[in-house]
Each structure stands twice: as C-alpha cells, then as structure tokens.
Ligand binder design. Sequence first.
Ligand code: NIG
Ligand code: FE
Length: 424
Amino acid sequence: MLIHSASQLLTLQGGVQRGHQLGQLGIIEDGAVFIENGLIAASGTSVDLLSKYPQAERFDARGRVVMPGFVDPHTHLIFSGNRALEFEMRLEGKSYMEIMAAGGGILNTVKATRLADVSELKTSARARMTGMLAHGTTTAEAKSGYGLEINSELAQLEVILELDAEGLLELVPTFLGAHAIAPEYDGNPVGFTLALSNRMLPELLEWWRSNASGRPLPFVDVFCEQGAFSLPQSRIILQAAKEMGFPLKMHVDEFKNLGGASLAVELGATSADHLVKTSPADIKALGDSDTVAVSLPATPFGLGQHEFTPAKAIIAANGILAIASDLNPGTAWCESMQFIIALACRYLHLTVAQAIAAATINAAAAVGRTDRVGSLEPGKQADLLVLDSNDYRNLGYKFGSNQVARVMKRGKWVAINKNETPYL
Ligand code: NIG
Ligand code: FE
C-alpha cells in the first residue's frame, strides 16, 4: 500500500534523539510512505513514490499529517477495580503516600487484582487497550505489580502475553513484583526484598522459559521510594535480576529523592522513570548514560501536584528523554499519549516536536524496540497514524479531544475514528 499526499510525513528517522537533538521530526512535505508485508519499504515525496510504485494500492491522506504510532513506555495496564474513592479522599486533603501507608493505594488494587481471574483481567485490560489504540498508541509497555505474590504476578504476565498475541496493540512485558511491600510482609520490607530476589525472580525465570520461550525476557522494575523499596533494597532486587539476565527499569524520584536514577545508570537499566525529585548529580548521571529518562507528567497532574520532571535540565545534560502515560488506577488513569504530549509542552516546557520525538523514537528506546518501532524508516513496522489535521503542532496545542483519524498496526488499519475530511 502507498499512503500519499500527507501534508507532513513525520519520519522521525535517524535513531534515538539525545540532548538537544530532541525534536527532529524528519518532515517530508507532501509525503508518502510505501508499505509491504506490514513493514515500511520506502518513504519520500508523493510525486516520487507515486511514480516509483504505480501499481500499489493507494490511500490518499488528503493533506493530513502521517506519523509513527505512539509508543507508551510505562503503563500499569493490568489491574482490577477502581480507586475513585481514594481520588475523592485526595481531593479532601489526604496525600497519596498517606493513603498507601494506611493500607490503601497500590494495596487496594492488589486486593482486587488477586481476586480476579485471568479472563476478567484480560477483559478489563482489553477495554483500556482499545482506548489507547484509538488515541494512537501502537506499542505499550505493560507491567504486572498488583499481585505481589508469584502466582498473581505470573497471571498478570500471562494476560500481557495473551493480549499481545491478539496482534492489535503490541505489548512489552515488565515484572513489577517490587511495586509495594506485600501484605504478608507488612513491616518486613527486607523479608520481602529477599523473597523477591531469592525466590520470585528465579520462579519468574523458570515460568518464562516454559511459557514464553523464544520471547526476550521481560523487564524487571522496582518502585524505589520511601514507603516502598529503599535504595539498598532496590539494589538487591535489581542486581539479582541483572545476574539472571533480565533487562531493568526503575520507578525513581516520584515523591522523594533516594538516588535511584544513579543506581539505574550504574546497573545499566534501560530506563529510569518518573524523575520529579531528581538531583543535579542524578541528572548528570543520566545524561552521561544510555538509560532513558522517562517522564510521566500525567502523574503529578493526576495528583494535583505542581512539580514535574526537570526535562530541560535532562536535555541540557545530554540525556535521552521519553514520555509515557503511567496509566494506572491510582495516580494517572490516562489512555491518551496525545494528552501526555499536551502536558509535556506545558509542564516539561517541550516544543511539540520535542514531545513527539519523546513519545515515539525515544519512547521506543525506553522499551528496547528502536529496531522495530518509533519511526517510519525502511525495515520498521508499518505502525502509523493519520491525524485529522495538516499541522503536527495541533498535537499539544489542542487537547482533550482525539486528533487521530486512523491507526495502522503492522500494515493493517486497526482503528478508524473519523471520516476522511481533514479537520484543520
Ligand atoms: O507509577 N508509583 C508507583 N506506581 C504507580 C502508581 C500505582 C498505583 O497507585 O496503583 C505510579 O505512579
Ligand atoms: Fe508507574
């Protein structure tokens, strides 16, 4: 298929965008993209590609923007239940960590998720995935983390693998058994840390080998935070995971600076996420590393807080900046990367071009998938969006409505939201 007559084809070509390189969209005006066997075969101007591939089936973009599908590199997609009550408690003045310390928060969702079977978890996650896909997310990371005991955690990973196999929204799995101290270990975080590193991780490895053989190992993630896992506890878990060959991620600096970003860098983690209370030393460590700095602006927004990731400082330090939704029932129930871009422009002070690069090619780096997704370059998957307008800057500028007209995954239209009349 040849998609032609895009006002702006955003290719995002050229690989990960570090530091001040962030924001290179690789725009081809009156652009076209030729797709074969679900992969991008060529991109160029409409004039060139229409003459080069005269026989191809055509799709006329009618002067709208065509761009890579969003990659959402941090979601807690799999959960049961709803915490609207806690949202109300927060509006009345309780803090997120106070609610968590009183046994609510993550543990509240753990209770509901442990009770849900695989098919219930699948049904509720699939509904969220449908929303994400319709809003332009074509690849998303998805974490377990609402079981905190091995069987429930593995059930969540099973759901992720099965939903991924459905072939619509592609999922990248992460084991987040270290999301909170399990209720069975209340008051004994060291005991739970040792259970995770000595027992649960080896069980995960064995389960993966017999249930997902052939697939790369999932990421292992830890919530490094006061009230969750301390820096030394995080180190024990991640070091054990690393020795078993798992790639790593970390939740760091959401509420307190514990030095987690520097640990992520030291251990060669693929990403360090949240990064609100990040110190200058941690920013420097990130900037000198290949660990992707993933900002989650919907989280402070969702909590009604006013402090966000020091994204400009991360860019100035030459870091690789990505953005993600953090979709979860506690802090940020957000299925739209378009809204994340709108927040990133206002609160991380990114240009729209920077936010788009952070939500595509750099987000692909945050899940280790730059070889397949995040840009429209020959050999990559034909995962792309047709927007409803002729100017990419409308992303970020407009917000709260869906600006994605169509979504293509691996060469197939998987969501058609709007008719083909450009809404400029
Ligand atoms: O990334 N911080 C830890 N995890 C989530 C919140 C999860 C929840 O509240 O259920 C986050 O914000
Ligand atoms: Fe998170």
